[in-house]
Structure formats: C-alpha cells, structure tokens
Design a protein around this ligand. Structure first.
Ligand code: SAH
Length: 194
C-alpha cells in the first residue's frame, strides 16, 4: 500500500485523539488546582513527549526528511498497528470519561479531587499511560520509520519512568491508606500482569 495512505490513516487517528482530549483540556483550564508537584520538571517532560508523539511524526508525515530511516515493515504489521491504535483510542475516550475533572496533564491535585477506582481504573492504576504505550508502539508500526519509532518510545519512557513513582507518592500523600489499598488490588498498566 502506498506510503501516503498510511500517513492519512495515521493522521485521522491522531486527529481523533486530539478531539477526544479537547473538551478535557478546556475544562482543565477552568478548574482550581490545590497542589502541584515539580511543575517545571513536569512541563519539560510533557514537552519531551510532545516532540516524540507530535513534532517528529508530523515531520515524517509532511516532509521527506526522515525517509532514509524507513523500515519497510510488512502491511500486516502496519495494519496491526492501526487495529491496536483503534483500541487505544477507545480506551483513551473511556479513561477521560471516567477520570473526568480529576485529569491533569501534569502532577496536580484538584479542588474536590476524588480517587477514581472504577471503569478501567478497577484493573489498572494508569490506563492513560497504557494508552500512551500503545500510541508510541503503534506510531512506529503504522509509519514504519526508525526515527519516529525510537523517538516516540524514548521520550515517552522518560516521562513514564520519572513520573510514575512521583505520581503514586503524591496520591499516597493525598489519599493515604485508601490509595495503598487500591494499589494492592490493581496493577500499573497491564491488567493482572504489570
Ligand atoms: N496515571 C493516570 C492518570 C494520568 S493524568 C492514568 O494513567 O490513567 C495525571 C493526573 O491524574 C495526576 O495529576 C493525578 O492527580 C490524577 N490521578 C491519577 N490517578 C488517579 C486516580 N486513580 N483517581 C483520581 N485522580 C488520579
């Protein structure tokens, strides 16, 4: 299949993820935050991920500059990426709906913050991060390019491994025993596994 078709498929999915996030981004700006952890570091991590999941894929889609790093993956691998990304988008929508106004792009506690333990949160504590893992793997598969793949995985891993322990520490400080009990009943990003 022609490269342009893969680029169009990827762009449609990319725009869908933006549309899912858009209303939550707007609500986020309006709600009051009562505690924020390491704001500058968090903003820097988000910026890094934006390079890996927005800027680099867009350079690939709209220019020829990264073409020498193409991997020529077989179509079945690229279609698997499309299917998994589709699943990831449904998860993304569901997670945003469940987390509601408790969502934040950085580490923050909002006014009237509630601990969410239902929906996807019943099985894993970080379903949104599961979606981001699916995203970076799928953009690698769909666009079939070394730079797109490696930069996505690298920038996302940095945020994930730096933020996760801090996020759980913040949640324990805020919700105490309730969060510790919740941790005992759930896994991080893969139900029943990890
Ligand atoms: N790590 C979660 C949430 C990502 S958004 C996930 O992957 O789904 C990050 C914000 O969500 C954090 O600032 C924290 O305040 C909030 N948060 C994380 N887990 C939460 C939960 N179970 N209930 C309510 N808020 C949560």
């Amino acid at each position: 299949m022609s490269e342009i078709i893969w680029k169009i498929i990827f762009m449609i999915m990319w725009v869908c993820s933006g549309l899912i996030r858009l209303p939550h981004g707007k609500k986020y700006k309006k709600t009051e935050k009562i505690k924020a952890n390491k704001i500058s570091r968090e903003k820097f991590l988000v910026f890094l991920v934006a390079i890996g999941v927005m800027i680099i894929p867009m350079i690939y889609v709209f220019s020829q500059w990264l073409n020498s790093f193409n991997m020529n993956l077989p179509d079945w691998a690229r279609w698997s990426g499309v299917a998994a990304f589709g699943f990831g988008l449904i998860l993304f929508w569901r997670v945003h709906k469940t987390l509601g106004k408790n969502w934040s792009p950085i580490l923050e506690i909002r006014k009237d913050h509630k601990l969410i333990t239902e929906g996807p949160y019943k099985y894993i504590r970080h379903p949104m991060y599961t979606m981001l893992w699916i995203w970076v793997i799928c953009q690698w598969l769909i666009l079939s390019n070394w730079i797109v793949g490696i930069m996505g995985i690298l920038t996302w891993s940095i945020l994930y491994f730096v933020r996760l322990p801090e996020e759980e520490k913040m949640m324990i400080e805020e919700f105490g025993q309730q969060y510790k009990d919740y941790m005992r009943k759930t896994k991080k990003i893969i139900p029943w596994v990890y």
